[in-house]
Design a protein around this ligand. Structure first.
Ligand code: PEP
Ligand code: MG
Length: 326
């Protein structure tokens, strides 16, 4: 099927009924960049900046961070890139960044934005590197594991302060900075209006979100298949997010693994999502699905199954087969 997907590289991700969706890729290293062209993706929806830290024996200096971010933006050209600030800690331990000592539950520990806000020096250096790299263009930056709106405010203020300082020194800065929050912690569902009024965009990290929603370790082999991301609870939860984002007029992307699987992506589009950021290998299969999907026909049926609490995976599989969805 690879040859079939290769033919789709320059074709739009447009459904049979004429709805355009955006397929972007997740990346983290320089070596991922060629996949932007080979996959035919619309941009990089999640650039995992901690990868540079994970493969480095010492803290990457600011100049090295800047050079990496510049090469990402160069490779992307006109296509958008969303940088995520470091998601260190949890399963991504970096030996030279001291954490809180041994943790009983590292995934719920002192990680990601929690660590970054506690290690301001680290965050400031990264902010400077991102601002430098995106001088003269738009910088899209998002923060991982936001758990309360004030954490987003604090992170944004930190980046804004660096931007102001660079400007005062006459250094070139980005034309625009767009700030986003990753939606990975279920508590945010109860403060969606407060969060949405602050952010320029949201990005739903379903890997962590479902880990916390189901209280099930995302890397536990015995639990990997137990809780389905097409379960009623997962899908209703995702619906709340996209409905609220639409009402607030804020763009929302799904950047977890879920979006890279055609059947799950079909569910996301039926819920109302229009942007996914996925593993490069998923772009071909998801685009093939999109181009054979009549979303207008699926939507009312899907809504009916969801409110009736049907087995969503079985219903989606059956519908896809009956309607010849790739
Ligand atoms: C996620 O949690 O879904 C996500 C995209 O971030 P990561 O997989 O890097 O934790
Ligand atoms: Mg995550």
């Amino acid at each position: 099927r690879q040859a079939e997907y290769a033919k789709l590289v320059d074709k739009p991700a447009r459904t049979v009924c004429g709805t355009d969706v955006s397929l972007q890729i997740n990346a983290g290293l320089r070596s991922d960049l060629p996949q932007l062209d080979t996959s035919g993706a619309d941009g990089i929806g999640l650039f995992r900046t901690e990868f540079q830290f994970l493969v480095s024996a010492t803290l990457p200096r600011r100049e090295r961070q800047t050079r990496l971010y510049q090469s990402v933006l160069e490779a992307a050209g006109d296509r958008p890139v969303t940088f995520r600030t470091v998601d260190i800690g949890g399963d991504k331990a970096v030996p030279y960044v001291s954490q809180a000592g041994r943790e009983e539950n590292p995934a719920m520990g002192y990680r990601a934005l929690r660590l970054a806000l506690g290690r301001e020096g680290l965050m400031k250096v990264q902010a400077r590197a991102l601002l430098d790299a995106a001088a003269g263009r738009t910088l899209n930056v998002m923060f991982p594991m936001v758990s309360e709106p004030w954490e987003f405010d604090a992170a944004r203020a930190l980046v804004e302060e660096q931007r102001r300082m660079l400007g005062e020194r006459g250094r070139p800065v980005p034309d625009h900075v767009r700030y986003g929050a990753m939606f990975e912690v279920p508590a945010l569902a109860e403060v969606l209006p407060e969060l949405l009024e602050r952010v320029d965009f949201l990005s739903v990290g379903t890997n962590d979100l479902f880990q916390f929603l189901f209280a099930a370790d995302r890397s536990h082999p015995l639990l990997a298949e137990r809780y389905d991301w097409l379960s009623i609870s997962a899908l209703r939860f995702l619906k709340r997010i996209v409905d609220a984002a639409d009402r607030a007029g804020k763009p929302v992307t799904v950047c977890g693994e879920m979006g890279g699987r055609p059947l799950a992506a079909m569910a996301l589009f039926a819920l109302g999502y229009r942007r996914v950021s996925i593993t490069p290998a998923g772009v071909g299969p998801v685009k093939a699905m999109v181009r054979s999907l009549d979303l207008q026909a699926l939507k009312p049926e899907f809504d009916g199954w969801l409110s009736a609490g049907r087995n969503m995976r079985a219903a989606l599989e059956g519908w896809a087969e009956m309607h010849g969805v790739a």
